[in-house]
Design a binder for this molecule. Structure first.
Ligand code: 16G
Length: 242
């Protein structure tokens, strides 16, 4: 199987072999791949070589390592999210039959930076709530979101409420009407801390989305910076002929 005369490095040949097993469905999503020891015996190469091949596939998101359990073929099906229509994370996940959840990382009342004050059209002296959450679907981290909301709009907001659906709170409990949003989408790479929170390998790609949402009154009510896992998300846009 391994061609030692080939200019293609041995670890890369093993990588291609594992990818071939996945394509041929000899290894399916969620299957455990053979251990380093089994591969070493099969290919008669060093453990280091196997490790290099496996780590490469882990960093590409093709395999996933679970501490104490082994290495598995990752579930690669991405969520396909249309970039039309405004909805919140909770609503979006529920409509897909997934259970939304959040881990509150930070909740505080603060003075906005110049950038945030401009995004939210705030006057000097108006404060904001800053809410940072890891968003999960069926127990899996999907995104890290930091939302900035003018405190004057939601004066009664608490950490407990902020850890549930913010859009529900704004509409159902505050009686405000959400109208539209403007957002940008860029590629980015996680920091070491974000990698831990999202449970992805270091230096993984993410989709950075910045959204400013407006109430029916025309007033901006949130500026949110979201980092969505690039291995779990894919956005769809319909393009009518111009
Ligand atoms: C979405 C929004 C985010 C909003 C959140 C509210 C994107 C890119 N971002 O994640 O701006 O704050 O929903 O969700 O879609 P919630 O109602 O579950 O708190």
């Amino acid at each position: 199987m391994i061609d030692r005369q080939s200019p293609v490095p041995v670890y890369f040949q093993i990588e291609q072999y594992i990818e071939h097993l996945i394509e041929a469905e000899d290894l399916k999503e969620g299957d455990r791949i053979p251990s380093e020891k089994e591969f070493t015996e099969q290919f008669q190469v060093s453990r280091m070589t196997i490790r290099q091949a496996v780590m490469d596939l882990v960093s590409q998101g093709i395999l996933i390592r679970l501490k104490g359990k082994g290495t598995f073929v990752s579930e690669r099906k991405k969520i396909e999210k249309p970039l039309t229509g405004l909805n919140g994370f909770t609503q979006e996940m529920e409509s897909r039959g997934l259970k939304p959840d959040s881990r509150l990382l930070d909740f505080k009342l603060s003075v906005p930076s110049k950038k945030i004050a401009a995004k939210l059209a705030l006057d000097v002296g108006q404060n904001i709530f800053e809410i940072k959450r890891t968003r999960l679907a069926d127990g899996l981290p999907m995104a890290i979101e930091t939302s900035f909301i003018p405190s004057g709009l939601v004066p009664e907001l608490t950490a407990e409420k902020a850890n549930q659906s913010l859009y529900d709170y704004i509409e159902k409990e505050c009686g405000l009407v959400i109208d539209h949003a403007e957002q940008t989408l860029e590629a980015s790479i996680v920091t070491a801390r974000e990698a831990k929170l999202l449970e992805v390998p270091k230096v993984s790609p993410v989709l950075l989305i910045e959204r400013v949402s407006y109430l029916k009154s025309g007033e901006p009510f949130e500026f949110t910076k979201s980092l969505y896992r690039a291995d779990r998300y894919k956005f769809i846009i319909r393009l009518p002929n111009a």
